[in-house]
Design a protein around this ligand. Structure first.
Ligand code: NIG
Ligand code: FE
Length: 412
């Protein structure tokens, strides 16, 4: 045994696992080996020979030869909201478009009404169900946006619920202020006044209370113009917060270039982005977050330009976009499947998209998203031999164990 391991033993030795580290942009799988954990972090990664030679820890866990990946990261959700929109689903199946429903006062505004009316406990309970479902499918870090409050009090209420979820459950929560999600009814005809309210009151107050890790906006004909988004981004920059953007989901508003100009962590959706937008993302190091659940649920027919992302070396992340209007799902592995079947990603690209690239989309690449010494010990053990099996399974996630900060969590 090496002297340093005798001095400070590992807390846990997870051995007999085949490791897909998801570092260096590859999902290559190792021969059976081990991960040693100390104080919630990965302290050593090695081979079974080293275990045989006497590497020990306070506790040991035999992984049975199963596949070990980083814990999954869902880098784009709107999971704090009240109610549902199943009636709109029926209307869309009868031919109504998402935009038409939105313009008629449904869509995001319908959920805003229910979210504003919900008390904290109700909002927490409904959101917690969705979070627990995400965790059952292997998620160890989740981004949660506000955006169904659209007033100072209601946006803060949603962000507080998101923070509380992070305290109460074994999952890391990153919060994003998305006050520029839709125009609240009290600002009808006065979008610039609402943008001023966000820039001068909502955003500074969210920052003051430590409730937001990033700022997002919906740049679209039914959302906000690039000029309005720019004002929100300038306020974010003034307060030291990184930005993200819902860009080019339904039309090309040149939001990707705007996001890149502000060194955005990510630009999300991107079905209608053009090559100039993709090149701008590449120059800025901005991640393209792809949301196949929304594409599927809206029965969209224009997929994001995957080949352009590959050619320009824009990292691609995959997320659920969990929300009541366009992607009512909490199943991240199913999104990996859809990214492959609908967007033609390879299963390896899909897994990198829910691990290391998702970490990058949250600015967490130094601590999350891969199995490397020094990173947080957030890990998933799967009943699978190859990473491709995670994307292959339609609606089943072969999760055997989930570790958060080095501690195995009950799968519920
Ligand atoms: O990411 N694009 C805007 N926001 C959500 C949809 C929200 C809703 O319809 O409630 C999205 O798809
Ligand atoms: Fe979204």
């Amino acid at each position: 045994m090496k002297p340093e391991t005798m001095a400070t033993p590992f807390d846990l030795l997870l051995h007999n696992v085949r490791i897909a580290a998801c570092a260096d942009d590859t999902c290559a799988v190792s021969a059976p080996g081990f991960v040693a954990i100390r104080e919630g972090r990965i302290a050593r990664v090695g081979t079974m020979d080293e275990v045989a030679a006497g590497t020990t820890a306070r506790a040991e866990r035999d992984g049975g030869g199963a596949l070990l990946t980083p814990g999954l990261i869902d880098c784009h959700t709107h999971l704090v909201y009240a109610g549902h929109r199943a009636r709109e689903f029926e209307l869309r199946l009868q031919g109504a478009s998402y935009e038409a429903i939105s313009r008629a006062g449904g869509g995001i505004r319908a959920t805003v009404r229910e979210t504003r009316a919900a008390d904290d406990a109700t909002l927490f309970a409904q959101s917690a169900c969705r979070l627990q479902s995400l965790m059952r499918h292997g998620v160890t870090t989740v981004e949660i946006k506000s955006g169904y409050g659209l007033s100072l009090d209601a946006e803060l209420k949603c962000l507080k619920v998101a923070r509380e979820l992070g305290r109460r459950f074994a999952v890391d929560v990153r919060t994003t202020l998305l006050a520029a999600h839709a125009l609240p009814p009290e600002y009808d005809g006065r979008p610039d006044d609402y943008i001023a309210e966000i820039a001068q009151r909502i955003l500074p107050e969210a920052v003051r209370l430590g409730l937001a890790d990033a700022v997002d906006a919906f740049c679209e004909t039914i959302g906000f113009t690039p000029a309005q988004v720019r004002r929100v981004f300038e306020a974010a920059r003034a307060h030291g917060l990184p930005v993200k953007l819902h860009a080019e989901q339904l039309s090309n508003q040149h939001g990707a270039a705007l996001a890149a100009e502000f060194d955005a962590l990510s630009a999300d959706h991107l079905e209608h982005v053009d090559e100039a937008g993709v090149a701008a993302l590449a120059r800025a190091g901005t991640v393209a977050v792809l949301l196949p659940g929304a594409y599927y649920f809206l029965r969209d027919t224009t997929p994001p330009p995957i080949e352009l992302f590959r050619r320009h070396r824009v990292p691609m992340a995959i997320a659920t976009d969990c929300n009541p209007g366009t992607s009512p799902t909490t199943h991240l592995p199913l999104m990996l499947n859809m990214a492959c079947t609908l967007f033609r990603l390879t299963p390896a690209e899909a897994l990198l998209g829910a691990t290391c690239h998702a970490a990058q989309a949250l600015g967490l690449q130094a601590s999350h998203g891969s199995i490397e010494v020094g990173k947080q010990a957030d890990l998933c053990l799967w009943d699978a031999e190859a990473p491709a099996e995670l994307a292959y399974a339609v609606g089943a996630s072969p999760l055997r164990a989930r570790l958060h900060h080095g501690v195995e969590q009950p799968l519920q």
